[in-house]
Design a binder for this molecule. Structure first.
Ligand SMILES: Cc1cc2nc3c(=O)[nH]c(=O)nc-3n(C[C@H](O)[C@H](O)[C@H](O)COP(=O)(O)O)c2cc1C
Length: 194
């Protein structure tokens, strides 16, 4: 890590040590590694334990991986093609009610966001880096992944072993460092916000 992140208050060092690099070394992940990552996601809490998350993945070195890379916006393709795996994070937006009607499942994105973070922290624990991407072609991703209509495609995640930043395009080399955060005072409120 090129700049040391400073926590404002005592926390597990894993939270500041994890960050989202773009330089990956291209080594494919194994199926077993991915299963551990999904297993961490599996234990995420969700409203009524509905577990709305879904994941589609492709391992580097497979034809599927090339397909997945092609679903990303160009600016993400440049670096994400060197990841060891790409994972699409989806969530089920509705749930069948007791009356048999499909109703919006309000916390699908909240729960699935937590699931991706469990995955990311497990990856960090295994010496792997993750980088989430909202930059993908939503129409082409839907065409390719073929999720049911009530499934949202939230993000793609690049996962892999960190690589050498010098292999990145110059503009990205400068950005290859852990970012800071705004202080708690700006977004934590004791009681109402105003
Ligand atoms: C939902 C989501 C979408 C993101 N989309 C992109 C993206 O398309 N391209 C990219 O390079 N980084 C993307 N990022 C990475 C963020 O910019 C990065 O996580 C953030 O700056 C915090 O940095 P850190 O993860 O290194 O702590 C995304 C992150 C999230 C959570």
């Amino acid at each position: 890590m090129s700049n040391a992140r400073q926590a404002q208050h005592p926390i597990s060092p894993a939270f500041t040590a994890r960050w989202s690099p773009r330089a990956f070394d291209g080594r494919p992940l194994t199926q077993e590694q991915l299963r551990s990552l999904f297993e961490a996601a599996r234990w995420t809490p969700s409203a009524v334990n509905f577990q709305p998350w879904r994941f589609c993945y492709a391992l580097a070195g497979t034809p599927l991986f090339e397909d997945f890379v092609g679903l990303l916006v160009e600016s993400n393709q440049v670096w994400a093609r060197h990841a060891g795996a790409l994972v699409a994070v989806l969530s089920q937006t509705t749930r069948t009610g007791t009356d048999g009607e499909e109703k919006p499942f309000a916390s699908h994105a909240f729960d699935t966001g937590a699931a991706w973070m469990n995955l990311a922290m497990q990856a960090h624990d295994m010496g792997l880096a993750t980088h989430a991407m909202g930059g993908f072609d939503a129409d082409r991703a839907r065409q390719y992944l073929k999720p049911p209509a009530n499934m949202a495609i939230n993000a793609f995640v690049a996962i892999g072993y960190r690589g050498d930043a010098s292999a990145l395009p110059e503009a990205l080399q400068a950005r290859e460092q852990a970012s800071d955060r705004t202080p708690q005072e700006q977004w934590v409120f004791e009681g109402p916000m105003a």
